[in-house]
Design a binder for this molecule. Structure first.
Ligand SMILES: C[S@@+](CC[C@H](N)C(=O)[O-])C[C@H]1O[C@@H](n2cnc3c(N)ncnc32)[C@H](O)[C@@H]1O
Length: 193
């Protein structure tokens, strides 16, 4: 099982890397209703629901706190944070259809007062109000976001990273999950500013 733990992140990097294609910007088109288009920093690869809960627990999320998911996909982490943890939960998502899908789910669950998705680039947001950030991005993206978070995050803010570490920071805790129920291993890292 340990061997699997070692192999899976490598395989995942290869998968994510192969699937990763930077978004092409077309300057001839007018800007849509969303914020300025950014660069796609990771493909969509959702965190399994069982791992979502472990991420929020590791991040010590409390009722009333503000959390952001950087690259929020279908909104599952944001939705759990608002629904189960009663947090103010904000996602940032570049992809048009994932943005729409997650906003529709938030609305249908009656969570619009506490959950929201910003349709934009995760590199261009203000995270200074965050108590917790969750991050599931490729290493190149965590490297790009590091100086932004170092500038913006207040003292004591927590960051939970899934599978890919922040190379510049030392984690306060590392959690190895051998099997998520579907035979996949995961690593979670907790950082505190
Ligand atoms: C690996 S998925 C993680 C999704 C979700 N956080 C989860 O754990 O289930 C990465 C997500 O980041 C989004 N993404 C990539 N580059 C982005 C950018 N520059 N700004 C906002 N979102 C971005 C992708 O569209 C994708 O949904």
């Amino acid at each position: 099982m340990r061997a699997l733990v070692a192999i899976v992140p490598v395989a995942l990097v290869a998968f994510l890397g192969a699937a990763f294609l930077p978004a092409q910007q077309d300057s001839s088109k007018p800007a849509s209703s969303k914020q300025d288009k950014g660069e796609k920093l990771a493909p969509y690869f959702p965190t399994p629901e069982t791992i979502v809960d472990q991420m929020l627990k590791l991040g010590e999320l409390k009722a009333g706190e503000t959390m952001f998911d950087l690259g929020s996909g279908d909104g599952r982490i944001v939705i759990d944070a608002a629904r189960k943890y009663k947090a103010k939960a904000i996602g940032v998502e570049l992809d048009d259809s994932l943005y729409k899908q997650s906003m529709e789910r938030i609305k249908s669950l009656g969570l619009s007062n506490t959950a929201y998705i910003i349709h934009g680039d995760l590199l261009k947001q203000d995270y200074s109000s965050a108590d917790l950030l969750t991050v599931y991005l490729l290493p190149v993206a965590t490297e790009m976001v590091t100086p932004i978070l170092e500038r913006q995050l207040r003292r004591g803010a927590r960051i939970v990273a899934h599978d890919f570490q922040f190379a510049a920071w030392k984690p306060e805790r590392t959690v190895d999950i051998d099997d998520d129920g579907e035979g996949r291993a995961h690593e979670l890292y907790l950082y505190r500013r």
